[in-house]
Design a protein around this ligand. Structure first.
Ligand SMILES: Cc1ncc(COP(=O)(O)O)c(C=O)c1O
Length: 442
């Protein structure tokens, strides 16, 4: 096979078309897109590794990774090679036929997760909806009228959760500003206080079909689930014949330094859901289920046109193989530890850093101030980070970052913190429901 030529090191260029702010592409986006996102006036043109470049030639250290998607950074040679090869073969075949990659990819995911069977979807939210459908299916008692709603239909989700934007996933997403404008959502959903075992016990019952948890809440501010809560949820789900579903869309597939974040606990879920980094940036989600759950599924019960096509599954296989071959789990742990040490030092110097949370390369820096201005200041200095729930800076760098990039990140963040300490504090809104949910659970 032809070897992919390594491109020269990423260079910055002079702007080809003047400043991005006056870019007609931005004007088109602002005029013709539904206004679902607020975006800075930047057009990114390309990236390499942990760096991105915008259309003016400015470089950015990418500690957001496309919101936890770009685990291998940008333009990883194996991903580029695979996409080129498969695009020239068959991009799409339909799920009416086998392709060369779905089976091997499912085998690898089963090996990584300890679960047995896989369904490929196109996004995280779609995979969550599929997992909820599986829960309803598995909850139906033998002989129960298949045309009536199952007796066992309730879903327990957690306060401060985020599971996606389609109706099923939205119904189990706690944040009201996302959910309530689209009410009514799925009936039978109850939200359990985060890490609160007593509340879980109170809300559990024989009519519950599934307990759904993010092993580490991501959008909610990077809050890891406790072992006590996980183990009780596992025991209660088994005792009541419900499924324990782990949403590992953000924290799974290596981000914590383990294949799955739940692997730090002594037991497995019945279903795990993954997406974001799975196919190296191409859209792909997956539902992983135990054999007992899979036994309820028969042809025609669930499906998708695009999910699991040859291009995306080949790229996913290349992504997982790169994570193995380049020993990226160890890199995630080592770089994660370096980051934590550096962040702890900054926390000791800057009083507005309240807490640092997370595992591996999924880190939340809790501020006592509004985080948006920190993100804007970082962007000016060529650093991409994100703020979630008003005051948590969220770091989701690619798994391939090296020690030099960690040092560069810490130096840039220190500059941002210095600048922000000279700036008058932005008051936090009086009641932040995300923090209320977690403070109560401590
Ligand atoms: C934990 C979690 N679940 C579900 C989703 C939804 O995934 P998607 O945006 O691919 O639909 C996200 C996205 O941020 C997520 O972080």
């Amino acid at each position: 096979m032809r070897k992919l030529k390594r491109k020269p090191a990423l260079r910055t260029r002079k702007p080809a078309r003047g400043r991005a702010a006056s870019d007609s592409r931005i004007a088109d986006a602002e005029r013709f897109l539904l206004p679902t996102y607020k975006r800075p006036s930047i057009v990114f043109s390309h990236g390499r590794g942990a760096y991105l470049v915008d259309s003016t030639g400015k470089r950015y250290l990418d500690f957001l990774g496309g919101i936890a998607v770009n685990a291998l950074g940008h333009a990883h040679p194996e991903i580029v090679r695979t996409v080129r090869r498969e695009a020239a073969r068959a991009i799409h075949l339909s799920n009416l036929f086998h392709n060369a990659y779905q089976g091997p990819l499912a085998r690898k995911l089963a090996g990584w997760s300890g679960l047995d069977r896989v369904f490929f979807a196109n996004s995280g939210t779609e995979a969550i909806d599929g997992a909820l459908k599986l829960a309803r299916l598995a909850a139906r008692a033998p002989g129960e009228n298949p045309l009536a709603g199952p007796r066992k239909h309730r879903l327990l989700a957690l306060e401060n959760s985020f599971h996606g934007r389609t109706f099923g996933a939205l119904s189990v997403t706690w944040t009201e500003k996302y959910r309530l404008p689209f009410a009514p959502s799925l009936p039978g959903v109850s939200f359990v206080r985060f890490n609160d075992v007593a509340d879980l016990e109170a809300k559990m019952g024989d009519d519950v079909a599934a307990i759904l948890v993010e092993t580490i809440e991501g959008e909610g501010g990077v809050y890891p689930l406790s072992e006590a809560f996980w183990s009780r949820a596992r025991a209660l789900a088994s005792a009541h014949g419900a499924l324990l579903i782990a949403d590992e869309i953000q924290c799974g597939l290596g981000r914590t330094g383990r294949y799955f974040a739940y692997q730090k606990f002594p037991s497995k879920p019945d279903v795990a859901v993954v997406a974001k980094p799975l196919a190296g940036g191409l859209p792909l989600g997956a539902i992983l289920a135990s054999q007992a759950v899979a036994a309820h599924v028969s042809p025609g019960l669930h499906g998708t046109t695009f999910g699991g096509g040859p291009l995306v599954t080949a790229t996913a296989l290349a992504t997982l193989e790169a994570i193995e071959n380049e020993q990226l789990l160890a890199n995630v742990r080592e770089r994660g530890a370096e980051l934590r040490r550096g962040l702890d030092k900054l926390a000791a110097r800057f009083a507005f850093v309240r807490e640092i949370r997370g595992e591996g390369l999924m880190i939340g820096v809790e501020l006592s101030r509004e985080g948006g201005p920190f993100v804007d200041e970082a962007l000016k200095r060529g650093l991409l980070i994100n703020c979630t729930h008003e005051s948590t800076l969220r770091l989701l760098p690619p798994f391939i970052i090296n020690a030099k990039e960690v040092r560069r990140f810490l130096a840039l963040l220190e500059q941002v913190f210095e600048k922000m300490s000279e700036t008058p504090a932005q008051a936090l809104s009086e009641h932040n429901p995300a923090h209320a949910a977690h403070t109560a659970a401590r």
